[in-house]
Design a protein around this ligand. Structure first.
Ligand SMILES: [Zn+2]
Length: 427
């Protein structure tokens, strides 16, 4: 199949290209139904409404969601233990479930009987899989939902799935070669491991294998590794975001410029402290509300992932906003002058300058103002000249904050294992 054919077309053209304002109206109708089900069928959700002093009919718009608290993934284990097995979040009887999984952190995840329960069919079509693809699925097939949720969505759009599961690199290489598999689903590092193993066995991956498309999740896909897959091996690489609790959240289209919000869920990016919705470009927690899912009517589920979105039109014609990048986890953020910064952003700045051996962002409080200083240790102290201003520009681009730059020696860095050192005192 030609690459162009994978980049064109829609899974549900009408829905995906509906002008965003119209789509919001449609989502609000679905939201009103979801809220009613959550309120009536899920006791834990009803409690959340009561705590906020809000009735089921008070939530009419996407903005209205802000009056409800976030239910953080990090608290799910505790909530489930207090009210087993699903913490009072289930919208149906336990005997109406199709499967029950457990995901890391010992959280139970329900799956209902409805077709495309995890809403990944659209995700896989839009990232480039097509009917007739033979796909090696290397997510785990036991305990966690990853393997089965991808398996069923792929077969649902007409692909043939080889249930590889995790590990067994040698067998997976053999399957990929002998069955002339055209697709891969899994983490990027395992695809890398498969290619390396094939090459160690003296095979020419580009010539001897038929892999055309890889769709990855669960791990950071760096620009460098995507380039290697695409340029050196001719594999189209796209990524998506999903969790074991809510299924599909966002996916990359042909344009490879951020991940479109998936359908049948409300995606918010919120201030993790206040739960207020943030605008385009502002880093916050990704929060998900499931629509058309009476089994698990989650309203404002906090994924713990940090990201930011953009909403200018995408050339693919889809109208939903895009999550531009995953920045890290919410439990590692530090708030500076009203903006959240994450250790991975400091690492991104370091990686952009080969002259920098290591660095740490130091946050202090001076005259009731947050002061951010980027302390850089250079590999060669003499390379300092001319570096301060490009470094400052990069910091502003990545952290979206102004910082002072200072060059220090390795011994000057306190608690060197921390990329962000917060020295503010709040007493
Ligand atoms: Zn697009």
């Amino acid at each position: 199949m030609k690459k162009d054919e994978r980049l064109r077309g829609y899974h549900d053209e009408q829905l995906e290209t509906l002008p965003w304002e119209e789509k919001k109206r449609l989502m609000e109708k679905q939201l009103q139904r979801a809220v009613l089900i959550a309120f009536e069928e899920a006791p834990a959700m009803r409690e959340k409404f009561k705590a906020a002093g809000v009735g089921a009919t008070d939530i009419r718009s996407l903005e209205d969601l802000q009056s409800l608290a976030i239910t953080p993934k990090a608290q799910m284990r505790q909530l489930q233990q207090a009210s087993p097995p699903f913490g009072g979040f289930l919208g149906v009887d336990l005997n109406k479930l199709r499967r029950i999984y457990t995901s890391p952190g010992a959280i139970f995840d329900p799956e209902g009987h409805q077709a495309d329960y995890w809403r990944l069919q659209g995700v896989f079509f839009n990232t480039g899989f097509r009917p007739g693809d033979r796909v090696l699925n290397t997510f785990s097939y036991h305990l966690t939902p990853g393997g089965l949720m991808c398996d069923e969505a792929l077969s649902g759009i007409g692909c043939t799935v080889v249930p590889g599961g995790i590990g067994n690199t040698e067998t997976q290489v053999q399957l990929m070669e002998e069955l002339k598999l055209t697709g891969y689903v899994g983490v990027p590092s395992f695809l890398q491991a498969i290619i390396e193993r094939a090459e160690q066995e003296g095979k020419d991956f580009r010539r001897d294998f038929s892999l055309q498309i890889a769709v990855t999740a669960g791990e950071m896909l760096t620009a460098a590794s995507r380039n290697r897959f695409e340029e050196d091996y001719g594999i189209l690489v796209r990524q998506f975001l999903a969790t074991a609790d809510v299924g599909g959240i966002a996916y990359e289209c042909g344009e490879k410029n951020g991940m479109h919000f998936a359908d049948y869920r409300v995606i918010e990016v919120v201030d993790p402290e206040t739960g207020r919705q943030l605008g385009p470009g502002q880093i916050g927690e990704v929060v998900v509300t499931l629509l058309e899912n009476p089994v698990y009517p989650l309203i404002r589920f906090g994924t713990g992932d940090l990201s930011y979105y953009e909403e200018e039109p995408c050339h693919c014609g889809r109208t939903s906003p895009r999550l531009m990048k995953l920045v890290g986890r919410v439990d590692q953020v530090t708030k500076v002058r009203g903006m959240f910064i994450h250790p991975s952003q400091v690492e991104e700045v370091i990686a952009a300058f080969p002259e920098i051996q290591t660095a740490q962002a130091v946050v202090e409080r001076e005259q009731d103002r947050d002061k951010l200083t980027f302390c850089a240790v250079l590999a060669e102290p003499s390379s300092q000249e001319g570096l301060a201003s490009p470094l400052q520009e990069k910091i502003r681009a990545v952290l979206k904050l102004r910082a002072d730059v200072t060059f220090v020696s390795e011994n000057d860095i306190q608690e060197a294992e921390k990329r962000i050192l917060d020295l503010r005192k709040w007493d």
